[in-house]
Design a binder for this molecule. Structure first.
Ligand code: SF4
Length: 331
């Protein structure tokens, strides 16, 4: 898969620059709908997600986006937070564990509509109790990096920038943030107060990355290059990592090397990184072959080595710090 070429092709299918619109997935009737706790909202173009700190005792806690949002908006710390999610209808990876059906990340107009950021915010506001987070998800939102500053402008125009936290995902595959945004838009993203981005490492080494995404293993290294550039920006950055792998041979060393590579980007980045437990949601079930089934089991071996690596490298005081207060070198 040529990620560069497919990313540009997809970008052209999911953003309309002249009309300032984005192709947003409609979840009604999709396989993803079966996994939702609440029916899709915003006429099918959105969903309410409950982010929970504790899901499985055998995994690590997930403080994202809970802690950064509570700090940013001055809310009391909590273990669950609701977010309004919108999904861009394109992604350049094909992770077997993706909880979104591939038909909703192919830039296909059949399952999506063209909506402006203003229309998305109107849909968001038109509900009894809008959550305090808007999560720009996908798909890969950074195929259309304009989405973030466009939303920021719309929230500010409605005086919602102090009340609503903007959160966005990034699969670390494209440099469109620098390629397509104007200096002014990048400056806005860098200076906007209530915004954070979470970047997802799709594996802990080249092999697990390729196994997970079906992309060439060289793009695993590219994830680090893009993260290095992002860390130089003034964005509040976090990372996710997925540990599914079809082989546990040498896994202790591989996880250790992964932590080395994160720490090479920033000594504290491992503490801003949250491993994500992969769960077989409905769209995943059809993709579950023997290797994927094993990979779901293997992630539990990997997480134990991850926990040990952090304990070796950081004091318990640092490990227990709230994630948004972990300092990064350049911020
Ligand atoms: S990068 Fe995210 S949206 Fe894209 S296929 Fe992988 S899990 Fe799905």
């Amino acid at each position: 898969m040529d990620i560069e070429a497919s990313s540009i092709k997809l970008r052209n299918k999911i953003i309309d620059l002249s009309k300032k619109k984005l192709l947003i997935s409609n979840l009604k009737g999709s396989e993803q709908e079966k996994d939702l706790l609440l029916a899709p909202n915003c006429k099918g173009y959105g969903r309410i997600k409950h982010f929970r700190r504790h899901v499985n005792d055998e995994w690590v806690a997930d403080p994202l986006p809970i802690d950064p949002v509570c700090k940013g908006l001055g809310h009391l710390r909590t273990d669950m937070i609701r977010a309004q999610v919108f999904q861009l209808a394109g992604c350049n990876f094909r992770c077997w564990y993706c909880f979104v059906p591939f038909s909703l990340i192919s830039g296909n107009e059949q399952n999506a509509s063209w909506l402006s950021p203003g229309e998305l915010i109107e849909l968001y506001l038109d509900q009894p109790d809008p959550p305090s987070i808007i999560d720009l998800s996908g798909g890969h939102p950074e195929l259309a990096p304009e989405w973030v500053p466009w939303m920021m402008k719309e929230l500010t125009a409605r005086k919602l920038d102090d009340k609503v936290y903007l959160w966005s995902d990034d699969n670390l595959s494209t440099d469109f943030f620098w390629q397509f945004l104007t200096d002014d838009d990048r400056e806005l993203v860098n200076s906007y107060k209530n915004y954070s981005r979470v970047c997802c490492f799709k594996g802990f080494d080249r092999d697990s990355f390729s196994f997970n995404t079906k992309a060439d293993s060289k793009y695993f290294d590219r994830q680090f290059e893009i993260m290095r550039r992002l860390l130089k920006e003034n964005i509040d950055i976090y990372a996710y990592a997925t540990f599914t792998t079809n082989s546990t041979i040498g896994i202790k060393k591989k996880i250790s090397h992964f932590v080395d590579r994160l720490a090479d980007l920033d000594p504290n980045l491992p503490l801003r990184t949250v491993p994500l437990e992969i769960i077989a949601f409905t769209p995943v079930v059809n993709r579950l072959d023997h290797q994927a089934t094993i990979a779901i089991k293997n992630q539990f071996e990997a997480i134990e080595f991850w926990k040990k690596e952090l304990e070796i490298r950081f004091s318990s005081e640092m490990i227990n710090k709230s994630i948004e207060s972990i300092p990064l070198r350049d911020n």
